[in-house]
Design a protein around this ligand. Structure first.
Ligand code: ZN
Length: 190
């Protein structure tokens, strides 16, 4: 595709894309990546719009992409499925992992219509994709009533000073299970 279709003011010189000022915008590969990022993000945004308009939940969508193909889709389903963990990213990760029959998203990219909350960021790290791309920011989410800042603040506080009281008991009994697992020959690390 001609770069002039991507960005009207971009000039192509060989494999380089330049702005009219002469500043290097990128190479052919990165332009293709940028084009793909726009395409997949639009799909995440489409799911966000569809999900919120149909009463699934909040206005958030996500897709998981592997080798240029969407392998997982999700929109927020918290209120419709009575599941506080059914954020778009988690729904999309579950969908992708089910399809790929894997508990990790090696080489995948996650596109989220909004910057992930701490729970989703944690899930994304556990799923281990190669990239994360997001559209709206956490400030945009806060402006419509989804304030992640409280969670980020809570995580920095010691457990006993958090809003939800955390108490530690029976460590030794639980530790027995953990140690037994460590000795299990066929254990699967993740
Ligand atoms: Zn989330």
């Amino acid at each position: 595709m001609s770069p002039s279709i991507l960005w009207p003011s971009v000039i192509r010189k060989g494999s380089l894309f330049l702005l009219p000022t002469g500043r290097l915008l990128g190479y052919e590969g990165s332009a293709m990546k940028h084009q793909d990022d726009m395409r997949f993000m639009r799909e995440a945004i489409r799911l966000a719009a569809l999900g919120s308009a149909s009463g699934c939940g909040g206005p958030f969508g996500a897709v998981v992409v592997r080798k240029g193909r969407v392998v997982g889709r999700g929109c927020n389903r918290v209120t419709s499925s009575n599941d506080p963990t059914a954020h778009a990213e988690i729904v999309a990760i579950r969908d992708a992992c089910r399809r790929l029959k894997s508990f990790q998203l090696d080489g995948c990219a996650i596109y989220a219509s909004c910057e992930p909350c701490p729970m989703c960021l944690g899930a994304i790290y556990w799923a281990r994709p190669a990239r994360l791309v997001y559209a709206c920011t956490r400030k945009d989410a806060a402006s419509i009533g989804f304030d992640d800042a409280m969670l980020y603040r809570e995580m920095l506080r010691p457990a006993r000073k958090r809003k939800i009281a955390a108490l530690q008991v029976l460590r030794h009994e639980a530790l027995v299970v953990m140690r037994a697992w460590r000795e299990q020959p066929g254990r699967k690390m993740y």
